[in-house]
Ligand binder design. Sequence first.
Ligand code: MTE
Ligand code: MO
Length: 308
Amino acid sequence: MLIRHPTDILPSEITDKALYLSRRDFMTAAGAAGLVLAGVSGPVEAKLATVPSRFSTADKPNTKQEITTYNNFYEFGTDKGDPAVNAGKLVTRPWTVRVEGEVMKPKTFDLDEIMKLAPLEERIYRLRCVEGWSMVIPWIGYSLSEILKRVEPTSKAKYVEFTTLKRPEQMPGQRNAVLDWPYVEGLRIDEAMNPLTLVTLGLYGELLPNQNGAPIRIAVPWKYGFKSAKSVIRIRLVEKQPISSWMSANPREYGFFSNVNPQVDHPRWSQASERRIGEFFKRKTVMFNGYGDQVASMYAGMDLKKYF
Ligand SMILES: Nc1nc2c(c(=O)[nH]1)N[C@H]1C(S)=C(S)[C@@H](COP(=O)(O)O)O[C@H]1N2
Ligand SMILES: [Mo]
């Protein structure tokens, strides 16, 4: 389906209307805004205006079908198909993200403000799951540093902690104690400020589907997928290394850094190769998931077997 979109429409204009108005009102509003919508009898699809990114991989993206039906999002169940079935109940508006801790200007950002804080880029990133599969996903977002610099981190801000929503009424997987809810992840401050670390707001030209972490998730492409927390409500800058949900569940198997590293095996399986979803043959896993040029210097002199 071909959908034309003028680049001068703010994403917020599209998303606000797409989410708050009925389909008929939205069609009228979209028409007034100069949006051309294809498939009048089908569901409304509003494309977000994005610019391409110099960080995109040339690897062929997985299909939208693959990306939205093969998910890890334990808040909605532990099977790969569970999030697509169960995440529809999650209410993602209104939504705020509290950014606090070791900062001069703590702030609660409304999602609408986050949508227009910086130009939206399309970034085609590889995602390598610790389980041994990988995907290529055309995300939409901008560098997390755009948000962090606005709250002015203090010199004590050595790490950044991300917390996912805890709302068992809408997240049925949280009734099971597979993890200690809410889901918590963390990065070192230089990792969080690295331009590759993405505040992710959409994929394939549209707002994030709930199963992929709507309305806002993180994407850290050189680390195993679990470092990229979904449906984030709080970002806290802290002095001490956060204890992530996976570290507290199994510290022997999941370390804080979790950089993709084909030379450091998981205690129960090899990490030397991976299966790209949709492919039959395995491919070799690449150090830092292929992002070494941009990130290796952050780990110079570190023993990556010890700091796994
Ligand atoms: N809150 C939360 N975030 C999460 C997870 C989760 O279970 N809960 N799973 C992680 C894992 S293991 C992976 S591989 C990626 C998968 O992201 P995707 O489903 O959008 O491909 O999300 C990560 N973020
Ligand atoms: Mo994962």
